[in-house]
Design a protein around this ligand. Sequence first.
Ligand code: CU
Ligand code: ZN
Length: 181
Amino acid sequence: MNRWMGSVMTFACLVGVLSLFTGCDPQSLKFPKADAVAVMIPTEGQMVTGVVTFVEVTDGVRIKADITGLPPGPHGIHIHEYGDCRSEDGRLAGAHFNPENQPHAAPDGKDRHAGDLGNIVADQNGNADLDIVNPMISLQGANGILGRSVVVHAQADDFSTQPDGSAGERLACGTIGIAHP
Ligand code: CU
Ligand code: ZN
């Protein structure tokens, strides 16, 4: 749900319009249900924050990202192999999650890292949204993403440079954990 829809639903909820349908739970409006979630933490000197949610669907995992504090323009975003966001530069998150030993590519590529999510494009206010289904991942198992991380980068992912799309510095890192049901 984008911010606008969220605001509309919150308002509608407050005036009771939707309460018959939604149960009017402010918590569920502010924090939509998800199977997994990553809260993005800025690396040193950055102010990039946001939330990424993951929902298992029949053809993979639906990923929604809501990121703020970005320089305007495109930024590479990936699932990285480790959920370790301790270091100031985000490097402990390791490389792109690549359980099938493929080259780096675009998110619609056939042979690619499972963690390749493409780019998010920030507007003039530094806000960026993403809503995609990734058929190469699951929550658990060999291609499972729980306990790994999401990383947002300074540059655009060019989808061809190996092994990382030349997306540059890491601006934010968030460990993927189990969401509250
Ligand atoms: Cu990355
Ligand atoms: Zn990659």
